[in-house]
Design a protein around this ligand. Structure first.
Ligand SMILES: Nc1nc2c([nH]c(=O)n2[C@@H]2O[C@H](COP(=O)(O)OP(=O)(O)OP(=O)(O)O)[C@@H](O)[C@H]2O)c(=O)[nH]1
Length: 135
């Protein structure tokens, strides 16, 4: 047997994920763009933490890059680890109710504010979060 394995890397990659929440409870979801794993699946905005960055810094950077908004405050909510065939991720979910600017699609992604989430399919690791949010 050769040593080469097709399994995902053992060490998880940290990902900062933000749930923008309006006063009425609506949350913003984005659709993964073509060319990325799970293209077309819906997720909360965010992305991988760069070396030397804190998770909150990564969250703020991703929201500026993807949506052109400044996150003014965000509360760490929960962490979820998931092993995909393409990656082992450690997702750090934040809830933000305070931001400056109107979200715009700067990276050709579709976005949708959702009360009861009805877009699909959703990224597998994100599905349980939607149940927890509405509690
Ligand atoms: N943003 C985000 N990523 C999620 C969620 N749920 C989930 O499993 N992920 C996973 O977390 C990882 C995020 O990586 P990404 O590829 O979107 O991040 P990025 O924009 O920094 O990527 P790149 O710079 O490599 O293109 C993906 O493996 C994605 O499948 C979610 O709700 N939001």
């Amino acid at each position: 047997m050769s040593g080469a394995q097709a399994s995902a890397p053992a060490r998880p990659v940290d990902v900062a994920v933000g749930i923008l929440m309006k006063p009425n409870g609506d949350v913003l979801l984005g659709q993964r763009p073509a060319g990325k794993p799970y293209a077309g699946y819906w997720e909360f905005p965010g992305g991988k933490v760069d070396p030397g960055e804190t998770i909150l810094e990564a969250l703020k950077r991703e929201f500026m890059e993807e949506l052109g908004i400044e996150v003014l405050s965000a509360d760490e909510w929960c962490g979820v680890e998931h092993v995909y065939e393409h990656a082992h991720v450690r997702l750090h979910f934040f809830i933000s109710r305070e931001w400056r600017g109107e979200p715009q699609s700067l990276e050709n992604q579709a976005f949708a504010w959702q009360g009861v989430v009805s877009v699909e399919p959703l990224l597998p690791a994100t599905i349980p979060l939607l149940e927890w949010i509405h509690r």
